[in-house]
Design a protein around this ligand. Sequence first.
Ligand code: GUN
Length: 292
Amino acid sequence: MILIDGKATAAQIKAEIKDKVEAIVASGGRRPHLAAILVGHDGGSETYVKNKVLACEACGFESTLLRFEDDITEEYLLSEVARLNDDASVDGFIVQLPLPKHISEQKIIEAIDYRKDVDGFHPINVGRMAIGIPAFISATPKGILELLRRYNLETSGKKCVILGRSNIVGKPMSQLMMQKNGGDSTVTVCHSHSPQLKEECRKADIIIAAIGKPCFVTADMVKPGSIIIDVGTTRVPDSTRKSGFRLCGDVDFESVAPLCQAITPVPGGVGPMTICMLMMNTLAAANHEYYK
Ligand code: GUN
């Protein structure tokens, strides 16, 4: 069984990015600049954004964190997005989700200049990704493809089952795994209303679990020799931890791991790759790789 080490892979990619950045700086260019907007004090969002800022440091990027209280109006947040769109010193930026209920996430996402949308959430990037032309690709699915590639795990011609249909993971993952220049797999997407979910999983060569239900994928759902990618990061209470919680994946790792060809752990699998892909997208934005 291969334990897919997302932490080590992400560290290696960040070192590769840093080398490229130092070469840019040595030849007179400026450091890529990522800005992040964080609204409110959600624990998960705070951690993600803190880790994004740390990743910027590791990659030699400049970063700016803009923080607002959760009573910020939609209008004010839109004006901040417009300001970042117009700020030539910012190559790319993200608005950390979720946003407070009184703010339309879709409206905010669509207000971001797609050329700076390093999250790959804007409909222009989503559409371009879907038809397989250059675009910013959502970091989690991009990170999963990168892990599969770097571990030389064959996906072409395989049967891939994706659990979950979210805009951030399930939907883009299904597109990428299906594409000829992506996974080149036969893809089935299952969700909370899929009647044959267990049977579909048992037929899969690759399972990508992104439904946010701790330990949902059990040994009886897994074909021996399959590849298991766990996107779940549910916080479950754990009084033995200083934080009071631990992260729990969508896969029952203990029972499933012995059956697999390869599996990602939680934490240390997909998670670190996600932030790393945001860094890759920011470097691409700074280099105008997709849009002039
Ligand atoms: N919330 C959970 N994942 C993400 C992400 O990848 N980007 C943003 N902006 N918010 C998120």
